[in-house]
Design a protein around this ligand. Structure first.
Ligand SMILES: Cc1ncc(COP(=O)(O)O)c(C=O)c1O
Length: 362
């Protein structure tokens, strides 16, 4: 028996995109625009930063497992504390779900090229990981429903989806849900919920609190707290109770929890972030299309571009880097012919579009 199980040995560690500093150094550039990780270009909410600094005076004490944040979220969403979990980012909670619910013979079902964080976590459990292709860059929910078998334990759906930026509608989800047995857990990953919630076709999962659905959300995106590692989830109390048995008892950290609570209260920052994103999405989509690129319509804080093939995408990525614009290649997701571009400040978006136009004419 090898020391490392084959399903771990075959994994590749998560590759963080290249940092702005690295790219500056490599290409001798004075400034670099990084639009690669769907981060908030406005920085963190100032109120969250103040709360985080204040909470740091108590770093000698162990955290309370996210209880304060759970209470705040329960009050805000009219739930019981028992329906809420908080963790080290939504990925931290995904990891807990995988540990709590998957047995060796279980299967995971999702779309092709799903969010890389989920892919890695699920594959690292060594269970069968099954996917169905996209339909026009959207989840093919009827095909997913048809793909459920007696071993399916978890279905993972991100809405909006990363990396395509597309959504499925309430109507589509209702149709799908009818085909899902109660023994199957649906993870509804709503990391980009805030960006999509004003789209009338978008299904806010708070409106269908089924017993086998867990909603995951995060402070990493619109709240600008990706570095703090704080996320949360809503589900039936029995589901949450089992997750709490497995969760690392001291996540999230004291400072992350304090930042999350304060960020929830900073409506002005939220509003400003969303406004900037709406402008950015419109601009990136239309300007990149005008330059001849295929851009998938997005409801998140990024757009996906579809090139002819992997070679074209890789060449374009390198030319953009050389001109000081970092975007996200999607080969590790399973889409080597695509690139993902996050929205930035107005100035960053302009620079990005100029770089794409120049890279096209090379
Ligand atoms: C769909 C999706 N889910 C979850 C995450 C991870 O969020 P967190 O930082 O809360 O772990 C991301 C981050 O990019 C994401 O795109």
């Amino acid at each position: 028996m090898p020391l490392v199980p084959p399903y771990i040995a075959s994994l590749r560690p998560y590759e963080a995109g290249r940092s702005a500093e690295e790219v500056k150094r490599e290409h001798g550039l004075a400034s670099v625009v990084k639009l690669a990780s769907n981060e908030n270009p406005l920085g963190p909410s100032p109120r969250a930063v103040a709360a985080l600094c204040k909470a740091s005076s108590e770093l000698n004490l162990y955290p309370n497992g996210g209880l304060d944040l759970r209470r705040v979220l329960a009050a805000a969403f009219d739930l019981k504390v028992e329906n809420v979990i908080a963790g080290s980012g939504s990925e931290g909670i995904m990891s807990t779900i995988i540990r709590a619910f998957l047995c060796d013979e279980d299967e995971v079902l999702t779309t092709e090229a799903a969010f890389i964080g989920f892919q890695v976590l699920a594959r690292s459990r060594g269970v069968k990981y099954r996917t169905v292709p996209y339909r026009d860059w959207h989840y093919d929910l009827p095909a997913l429903a048809a793909g459920i078998n007696e071993n399916t334990k978890i279905i993972y759906l991100a809405n909006p989806n990363n990396p395509t930026g597309t959504i499925f509608t309430r109507h589509e989800f209702d149709d799908f849900y009818r085909h899902v047995p109660e023994r199957v857990l649906i993870i509804l990953d709503e990391a980009y919920f805030e960006y999509a919630k004003d789209n009338p076709r978008y299904p806010d999962s708070m409106h269908y609190r089924y017993d086998n659905v867990i909603t995951l959300r995060t402070f990493s995106k619109v709240y600008g707290l990706a570095g703090a590692r704080i996320g949360y989830g809503f589900a039936h109390e029995e589901l949450i109770a089992n997750l709490l048995k497995v969760k690392l008892p001291f996540e999230p950290s004291t400072t992350a929890q304090a930042a999350g609570i304060a960020a929830l209260g900073d409506k002005e920052f939220l509003h400003r972030s969303l406004e900037l994103n709406v402008r950015g999405l419109r601009f990136l989509t239309s300007a990149l299309r005008e330059s001849g690129y295929t851009v998938v319509p997005s409801d998140a804080n990024f757009v996906m571009l579809v090139l002819h093939d992997a070679g074209e995408a890789a060449g374009l990525f390198e030319r953009l880097l050389a001109s000081g614009v970092i975007v996200r290649p999607l080969a590790s997701f399973g889409l080597p012919q695509c690139l993902r571009v996050s929205t930035g400040t107005d100035e960053q978006n302009r620079r990005c579009v100029e770089a794409f136009a120049a890279a096209r004419s090379v």
